[in-house]
Design a protein. Sequence first.
Length: 162
Amino acid sequence: MSDEAKDLINKLIIDQESRLSAEEALNHPWIKNMASLPNKKFSEQQYKNLKKFRDSERLKKAVLHYMASQMSAKESHSLDELFMCLDVNGDGRLSVEEFKKGLSGVKSEEEVKSIIEAIDVDQNGYVDYNEFVAATMDASVFLNEKKILHAFNLFDVVILLI
């Protein structure tokens, strides 16, 4: 979560006398930045990443989810922007319709559904932020010896416990 978002939340969850008014909240920098986000779509590489993720084995998906949770704000910035642009209603998850809009309507309905089903790990019918990042992040982010070793060590311990 960005510092601006944290600032807005902190100014909204205080006593009523000190709390921002609705007008002040709408003029907060975080709201202004969100309103000015461009209308983004999946890049061709992100779409390829989605298809690779869909076709991956369960262990690889689990590892990618873990690695996505460890990304820095700098590494995930472009994905953050894309997710926020696609999340039209701002509920923190992508519906099938919101997801399809990001694919520019070029892809077949069956292909979109198969991708969403593969990404939606918790099977709640939506793609949440972590699921989205795990499926769309570029290999350059997770193909890092230190990150791979850290993930291996974590999963090695988990497998030993099973």
